[in-house]
Design a protein around this ligand. Sequence first.
Ligand code: NAG
Ligand code: NAG
Ligand code: NAG
Ligand code: NAG
Ligand code: NAG
Ligand code: NAG
Length: 259
Amino acid sequence: MTCQGLILTVVFVMLCRAEADTVIQKKVVEVGGNVTLSCLLMGSYDILQVTWQKTNTRENLATYSVSKGVTVAETYRGRLNFTRLSLNDTAITLWRVGIQDDGCYKCLFNTFPTGAIPQDTCFTVYEQLRGSLHYIISEGNLTATCSANAWPRPVISWIVPKAQSEKTEEVVTHPNGTLSVISKLYVNRSTSLAGQLLICRVRHMEKDRDYSVKVEDGWWFSVPWLLATAALLIVFVVLVLTVVCWRRRRKKQSESKAS
Ligand SMILES: *[C@@H]1O[C@H](CO)[C@@H](O)[C@H](O)[C@H]1NC(C)=O
Ligand SMILES: *[C@@H]1O[C@H](CO)[C@@H](O)[C@H](O)[C@H]1NC(C)=O
Ligand SMILES: *[C@@H]1O[C@H](CO)[C@@H](O)[C@H](O)[C@H]1NC(C)=O
Ligand SMILES: *[C@@H]1O[C@H](CO)[C@@H](O)[C@H](O)[C@H]1NC(C)=O
Ligand SMILES: *[C@@H]1O[C@H](CO)[C@@H](O)[C@H](O)[C@H]1NC(C)=O
Ligand SMILES: *[C@@H]1O[C@H](CO)[C@@H](O)[C@H](O)[C@H]1NC(C)=O
């Protein structure tokens, strides 16, 4: 093969690849929603049966043939069925999808004498993002907590004023498959943040959502300051009282002297 021929072949293969990728359907379904997957086999084939499989597990979900009719796997009964019943044009619907349903599915046209002709179709399940942001100040140190519950995994980043800070992140998987990402931000001597904005940016399904709080400039609420202020106040009151008493006494003394 000549060099040019080789390059042409490579380009051709790449074009075919790109074509194949675009042919695969990419649907997005919210948890609890319904999805319909379909396959069409063009051309004249003698199709005996269509079989739907989950690609990663190779488990048979449903089959249809003229002789045996429809069968649906035990674990899917009640929430999966054929919604287009034809050997060369088939569709199944999944109701009340869960996160475990996310992925790719294969329909196999069992033909004679060619054998099984597969097609792939995929969909992504998502759960809407629910997030929150709050902070507490204790001993003058700030701890801000941003949590994001969703599927697929949300990604948290912080936009905060320049200050020495530390971050920790924790991911919790709930029994229903959704994730909670909890990110904490620690800043010592939070007075430097008074009046400033803390922003927690959560990226989910290629979109950003910001949660923000303004740090109260309430430095006097911190315990040491409260104690110091109280002590000062007491000292001041005592001082005032002492002065008042002393002046009264002097007044009385001078009055008694004058009489
Ligand atoms: C899913 O299908 C059921 C039954 O057909 C229907 O009642 C429900 O509204 C559908 N849900 C959505 C989100 O389309
Ligand atoms: C599917 O099969 C039917 C009859 O079995 C035929 O009329 C139709 O043209 C076929 N469709 C395609 C896309 O090949
Ligand atoms: C499944 O679909 C077939 C064909 O459309 C229908 O005859 C059957 O009643 C459906 N089964 C259920 C459980 O809905
Ligand atoms: C805050 O102070 C604690 C205790 O001194 C220290 O361990 C921690 O690294 C400090 N954090 C920051 C962000 O400076
Ligand atoms: C999944 O579980 C989490 C935590 O228990 C809950 O907040 C969320 O609403 C659940 N999602 C669904 C779709 O049930
Ligand atoms: C608060 O920060 C100071 C340093 O500025 C540190 O010494 C102290 O241990 C911190 N307190 C807590 C509860 O982390």
